[in-house]
Design a protein around this ligand. Sequence first.
Ligand code: T46
Length: 136
Amino acid sequence: MINQLAKYINFPVRGDERGSLIALESNQDVPFDIQRVYYIFATKENVSRGYHAHKALKQVAICVKGSCRFVLDDGVERQEFYLDTCTGGILIESMVWREMHDFSDDCVLLVLASEHYDESDYIRNYDEFLSLANKA
Ligand code: T46
């Protein structure tokens, strides 16, 4: 069996007669201390994003509205993950190259991150990523 490059996490939905609610807590629903939250929206048609890996950062990505497609790559293999629900997300560990494609017009991609923003944690060159990933 192929190892999954991201773990899919289903979140518990707390609902009542008024509707639904999902609460995400550090080290419970999300397996790290959440240091940062950001969201990506209004991505233009036919625009792809990402094209980088992170040395240390772990993230959970949740498509809270609309849909998008992730391509993840650990330097050995590539896998695709289609996100189109707010009731689950993918856990992306460090040292995974990511590309995001096919954002729907209404896509809102919420990301929970284990670290504050740090440009020095990014690997934006694919050849450099391959060389570091295959050394690890
Ligand atoms: C990832 C995917 C899912 C900040 O100032 N603070 C932040 O926390 C972030 C994430 C970005 N920025 C600035 C840096 C750039 O000037 O926002 C601009 C766009 O960032 P970037 O080109 O890194 O965005 P994406 O969509 O290519 O990637 C982002 C995350 O960087 C990345 O970690 O996994 O979303």
